[in-house]
Design a protein around this ligand. Structure first.
Ligand SMILES: [Zn+2]
Length: 258
């Protein structure tokens, strides 16, 4: 996910990722989420040749859609994860977690996390610099248009997600969908932090939920535990994914905007 500390100042002010963000209780007690239409990912398997998930950092794919990917594997979908960066910028200034160590560790954590969820996906690592996806849009776009066509589904982070790398992935995903005829769905990660249930910028009527059985949520919890670099405090610094953030990703459903 990569922490809030290095979100550049050009991020639109209303989508700032700082502080503790919207409390999970505010989401769970809101009627906004109850109104989401329910969608069945098995239908995606029937409708699309293959499914391409763009993950800005190694963990976004599992945090946002780990349970859905497990269901897609169970329904024998052809699943690809485009791992855009290696997430080496998650601990700016840390002596413990250097960029080199993170670049080596985080893709391995992702692999183990996918294994815990039993996800069968081909992973394409692009090695674009973490925090600078916006400056490498053409590399990402080329990688997509060379592989994706009108029979495919692209899952990209929301163009309004708040983190510049996430928004850049959403923008490139939308352009790739336009150029290839692929279908684009967007998924939120940081939106749960900066937005509130009555946020007008968010297209709530396009939100759909993928319902997860309890056993899948348990496996997802174990899968998230594999992201040790992200869930463990770094010396005196709070973890990148502190305990109050994790419940956003352990709800009994996951969300896409169609
Ligand atoms: Zn991320």
């Amino acid at each position: 996910m990569t922490p809030s500390t290095h979100v550049p100042s050009h991020s639109p002010s209303r989508r700032l990722i700082e502080g503790r963000g919207t409390a999970e209780g505010a989401w769970r007690s809101s009627s906004t989420l109850e109104r989401f239409a329910v969608c069945d990912v098995v239908e995606w398997t029937e409708r699309f040749r293959s499914i391409w998930l763009l993950a800005p950092h190694p963990d976004d794919e599992v945090l946002a859609l780990g349970g859905s990917m497990a269901q897609l594997t169970a329904s024998h979908a052809e699943l690809h994860i485009v791992s855009v960066t290696d997430g080496e910028a998650s601990h700016a200034g840390s002596s413990e977690w250097t960029a080199q160590r993170l670049a080596k560790t985080r893709p391995l954590e992702m692999r183990r996390s996918l294994e815990v969820l039993g996800i069968d996906a081909q992973v394409l690592r692009l090695g674009i610099p973490d925090g600078r996806v916006g400056a490498h849009r053409e590399t990402l776009l080329k990688a997509l248009v060379e592989r994706v066509d009108e029979r495919d589904l692209l899952l990209a982070t929301c163009r309004f997600d708040g983190h510049p790398d996430h928004e850049a992935c959403g923008e490139v995903g939308a352009l790739a969908a336009e150029l290839t005829g692929a279908t684009l769905f967007e998924y939120p990660v940081w939106m749960w932090h900066w937005a509130s249930p009555d946020e007008v910028v968010v297209p709530w009527t396009r939100a759909q939920q993928i319902v997860l059985p309890a056993a899948t949520i348990d496996r997802k919890r174990a899968a998230i535990d594999e992201f040790r670099s992200q869930i463990t405090p770094d010396g005196g610094r709070e973890a990148v994914l502190p305990p109050h953030v994790l419940p956003r990703f352990l709800r009994p459903f996951e969300v896409v905007f169609t």
